[in-house]
Design a protein around this ligand. Sequence first.
Ligand code: SF4
Length: 197
Amino acid sequence: MNTYSYAIDGKIYINLTNRCSNACDFCVRVNDSYSEHSLWLDKEPTAEEVINSFQKLDFEGTKEFVFCGYGEPIYKLQEIIEISDYLHKRGKKVRLNTNGQGDLIHGEKVAEKLKGYIDVVSISLNASSAKAYQEVCHSEFGEKAFYSLLNFAKEAKEYVPRVVLSLVDVVGAEEIAKAQELCDSMGIDLRVRKYIS
Ligand code: SF4
């Protein structure tokens, strides 16, 4: 069964694709057993199918909607815009969780396209250097993925009200400290997330 949206802790999460330009060591998608509750999609949804899927959830009672995994949502930029427009017209907040590689994925700048549609963008930093990032995330774009995500983060600050970079705590204290320094130099908040295996 295709799960296009699901609710956790008062938020509705939107699942647009299995695709990702990374293959992170810690990714549940990479290690999924395709269980009954798997978020693996047989088919990527249209914007309309996602909006229809909200009907089985507490749409009215939910304030925040989040584009997140299974895969990397930015592949579905047009659907993100259409769904966000629908949500904003109904007074909902929209967050985008992304690996920040949208410019490389689409071959053009994407930050400006989010203007007026996304309220918060959370970008997975995952490491403090291009080399360390590639060792963990194995981007199909190689080490330039890291530089591209930093650039996307800087540009997103101009178009999105709140931008956050995030890191999972398994990288260790030294990497976290270096990542904090990097984020401070960019004027962007760092959120250290607990690793969920
Ligand atoms: S960026 Fe996210 S979806 Fe992509 S491989 Fe890494 S953890 Fe998985």
